[in-house]
Design a protein around this ligand. Sequence first.
Ligand code: EPZ
Length: 416
Amino acid sequence: MDKLLIAGGARLSGEVSISGAKNAALPILCAALLTAEPVTFTNVPQLKDIATLLHLLADMGVKVERNADTVTLHAAEISNPVASYELVKTMRAAILVLGPLVARCGETKVSLPGGCAIGARPVDQHIKGLQAMGAEVSVEHGYVLAKSPRLKGVRLFTDMVTVTGTENLMMAACLAEGVTVIENAAREPEVVDLANCLVAMGAQISGAGTDVIRIKGVDHLHGTTHRIMPDRIETGTYLCAAAVTGGDVRLVDTSSAYLDAVIDKLMDAGCDIVSERHAIHIKAPAKLKAVSLRTSPYPAFPTDMQAQFMALNCVAEGSAIIRETIFENRYMHAVELQRLGADIKIDGNTAFVTGVAKLQGATVMATDLRASASLVIAGLVAEGETIVDRIYHLDRGYEKLEEKLAALGARVRRMN
Ligand code: EPZ
């Protein structure tokens, strides 16, 4: 099992290029199932989760061509509209094939994703929405069985804001008969990127990015070429890494457009941040100020940046209160950070963090994608050597992480 070995103390400086967004690419690749024509995607990040999804699509009969960050999918025939447990258990976002397969093939069998380290992650809203659109949906032996000769446009209301729930239902609605209105829709930029791709394929969608999305069903969609948006969470992660090391880093091929809440917190912590059209330049002070935060759906502070900011608060001046309101178990990184000497107290969904003068390097274990990122950030400033174990979690969501960090001056290397 691969590990990362980090020698703390290096100040990050220089330039780093941000990759395409994992959480935009995953639903957008699934959108190719909605048309019999080839669809080409550029700026697709080279990540484990993407490889897993392409493997799943190929198993369904989709022709997959890949050349570096360009992927062409051709779902002329979907001979096997099934997503098996073996694949879905390693990558729960595979649930995103559910909506497209019901809409395109009229029936499908998709394994329930099951939970993961950060929570139960149910998909009841995905199922409820498809049922409201007329699909016959049952859950048998751990699989969602869904069928419908043709979905009907209806008014849908999700009980809570759900990103992939909104994405699944929006994709299903593209080929439904009539108009679907999704209320309480997720406003995340990745939902907007998916909507833009679907519209380029001939879908009729308005309101993406607001909490009411309107989709007028059409008979079929056609091919297109779509560039995946930059990864705002990878961007935020490198901003935090620069911040904790007192760094001076320019992030390119990205934008601050979707990170207002994160950039506000970094400025409150004492960082200077200059936003350019396709870049962000951050200069950090020798000592950061602690910043409290509360995670909420976009455009508020993203839950996917909570772990990284916990690491930042571990070495900042003062105390911070962190409230995680999206997932019920997203503090797995706290016990690992405590192994590095962090002062963190957890009480339910609230974490109380008091900055310490220095963290000490130790061996720690990654438990989920963003928890792993927070351990790497802590290792960059810990005294001595930190070994982060089980970094396959990192490989799911961060492209060439150690190369990018080393190019910024970090003393990091992979060992197996
Ligand atoms: C997406 O997950 C992201 N993944 C997550 O990123 C992100 O943390 C999350 O949205 C919140 O922003 C992808 O886009 C592939 P939700 P998703 O449905 O869609 C509950 C990362 O690190 N819920 O918005 O699965 C759910 O349990 C990953 O890149 C239901 O109860 O999250 C959670 O408490 C981690 N029933 C809340 O809603 C449902 O049917 C929000 O979940 C759906 C969701």
